[in-house]
Design a protein around this ligand. Structure first.
Ligand SMILES: NC(=O)c1ccc[n+]([C@@H]2O[C@H](COP(=O)([O-])OP(=O)(O)OC[C@H]3O[C@@H](n4cnc5c(N)ncnc54)[C@H](O)[C@@H]3O)[C@@H](O)[C@H]2O)c1
Length: 513
């Protein structure tokens, strides 16, 4: 039998893990938890045993917190055998490689394994950035090689990206997909392309934040607070990059940018390059965008002082995804008049002041086109019925008094207000539009399905909602309009709407219809 035949891997099969570092030790734990006998190999003397010891220590903590019994822990640890002989891995049905990120070294290890293991052994690589096709090119049986991309820490993070190289057999990919699901993971299937799904689609989360910062739109703490409190992301882009490390994050962006032959969508940021060159790599070096030294105070988000609330507002047209705002406004005791005469995108007016959701244009441009002096724009929120912060911006023509009136309205419904400078697409709207656009491109280029884009971003990087489902709920026409306006504002190819997004808009469809 060859690995090409669908032959499900069961708990009785032996799994080998090569490389007992951060990822390998975690992957061994995941496999042993399911019941496999796991052979953990590392070429560095003592490293396999050290990896196993770390796993045992981590599990002891779970036992002390009452999350696992001592007997289950012992049984799990006893199923992992550390070895320093590659030949011990011969009986494995599946070998997962998690060694140094180097093409030639990975090719050589897999070539050795091919000679050792049987013809139906599945060879899986945990590479995060190397082409599975390229690794497979050195093998006699490239059809047996597949990507099995875990996220750190492997026992906790739910996602596994199953990556098909050009020669990978469908049945091998399917077996690894099914096994990942059996191991309790959320598996997605993707073609071997730069960044796979997560490391590709996530780029705008960091990049758009850095562009707003670079243009002086808002400071790091304010952008992070908008992402958390309006977007419900667990961390804002700057605190997350500081945690990941700028050396790592910049290297991923640069490698994806190079791999796509300099596509402007993935253009790295000079701000981050500077941090890398300064050695300010983030938390691990004590300084990144923020200062982590002992007495440093974390800067606070810019928050507008409390302003007077209006007694009444008029809502013209349909508010779309921002409709839940109106119920909150009514619940706050503010009288709402509805006018159905206006057929444009919905807006709120208070006297001659108009308050509207950003459509990707600068407020200043939009006020000029509409020949209206008093215009305040608000940013996207994941859920307007719950958001605790909102970003506002005003046109240059608009008075501070009008801005304060708008701030007073949002404050009256329990939101903190962060006023940002007049940047096209504000913070969250441009970020979500670009995340969805990148997800749409991945689907359009046959890398993966729309469903898998959303699973990957929610399970791999904890996004509060998949970007394509989020775009569906905002309205694809709105997302498309935002991107088109960003193209106009910047004149940059980076913001070009994905052909698939355009098609969905013109076909009046959604990604998850
Ligand atoms: N760290 C992460 O967040 C992360 C996430 C996903 C994927 N990955 C990928 O997983 C792989 C491993 O990353 P890591 O962070 O665990 O690295 P690590 O440095 O913590 O561990 C790598 C281990 O591999 C061993 N090793 C190196 N060359 C070897 C060889 N030729 N044969 C056997 N063992 C060898 C090293 O001794 C070390 O113990 C890389 O391909 C990386 O891109 C890492």
């Amino acid at each position: 039998m060859t690995a090409n035949t669908l032959n499900p891997i069961t708990a009785n099969d032996i799994v080998a893990v090569i490389g007992a570092g951060t990822m390998g030790a975690g992957i061994a734990q995941v496999a042993a938890k399911f019941g496999h006998t796991v052979l953990l190999y590392d070429k560095m003397e003592g490293a396999a045993q050290a990896g196993l010891d770390r796993t045992a220590k981590g599990l002891e903590k779970l036992v002390s917190r009452g999350k696992m019994t001592a007997a289950d822990k012992d049984a799990l640890v006893n199923r992992i055998q550390a070895t320093e002989n590659l030949s011990d891995l011969a009986p494995a049905k599946l070998v997962v490689e998690a060694i140094i990120e180097n093409l030639a070294v990975k090719q050589s290890v897999f070539s050795e394994l091919e000679a050792l293991c049987s013809a139906d052994t599945i060879l899986a690589t945990n590479t995060s950035s190397i082409s599975v096709t390229a690794i497979g090119s050195a093998l006699k049986r490239p059809e047996n090689l597949v990507g099995m991309h875990f996220f750190n820490p492997a026992p906790i993070m739910k996602l596994v990206e199953v990556i098909k190289g050009l020669a990978t057999s469908e049945s091998v990919a399917q077996q690894v997909y099914d096994l990942s699901v059996a191991w309790g993971k959320h598996a997605v299937m993707a073609k071997s392309t730069p960044g796979f799904i997560v490391n590709r689609v996530a780029r705008p989360f960091y990049a758009e934040g850095m562009r707003v910062l670079q243009e002086g739109g808002a400071d790091e703490a304010t952008i992070d607070a908008i992402a958390r409190e309006a977007g419900q992301f667990r961390m804002g882009p700057f605190e997350l990059m500081d945690l990941i490390g700028h050396d790592v994050n910049y290297a991923v962006t640069s490698s994806v940018f190079d791999a796509y032959y300099g596509d402007q969508r993935f253009l790295p940021s000079l701000i981050q390059k500077d941090l890398v060159e300064a050695g300010f790599h983030g938390r691990k070096t004590g300084r990144g965008f923020y200062d982590y030294s002992d007495h440093a105070e974390k800067p606070e988000a810019k928050t507008r002082a409390i302003q007077n609330a209006p007694t009444s507002i008029t809502v013209e047209g349909e508010m779309g995804c921002a409709e839940p705002l109106i119920a909150r406004i009514e619940a706050a005791g503010i009288k709402v008049h509805r006018s159905t005469e206006h057929d444009h995108n919905g807006r709120i007016s208070i006297g001659d002041l108009v308050i509207a959701l950003t459509d990707g244009r600068m407020a200043t441009e939009r006020a000029s086109v509409a020949q209206r002096r008093q215009l305040v724009l608000f940013d996207l929120a994941l859920d307007y019925s719950q958001a605790t912060r909102i970003a506002l911006t005003k046109a240059d023509q608009t008075s501070e008094e009008s801005l304060n009136q708008a701030a007073g309205l949002f404050q009256a419904i329990g939101m903190q207000v962060s006023v940002i400078d007049d940047i096209a697409g504000m913070v969250l709207m441009r970020t979500v539009a670009m995340l969805a656009n990148e997800g749409a491109d991945a689907v359009n280029q046959q890398v993966c399905s729309a469903k898998d884009v959303d699973i990957a971003m929610q399970s791999g990087v904890n996004y509060p909602q998949g970007p394509l489902a989020w775009a569906d709920s905002v309205g694809l026409e709105q997302i498309h309009t935002v991107l088109t306006h960003l193209v106009n504002s910047y004149g940059e190819d980076r913001y070009r709407p994905s052909p698939l997004l355009r098609r969905k808009v013109f076909g009046a469809q959604t990604f998850h219809g």
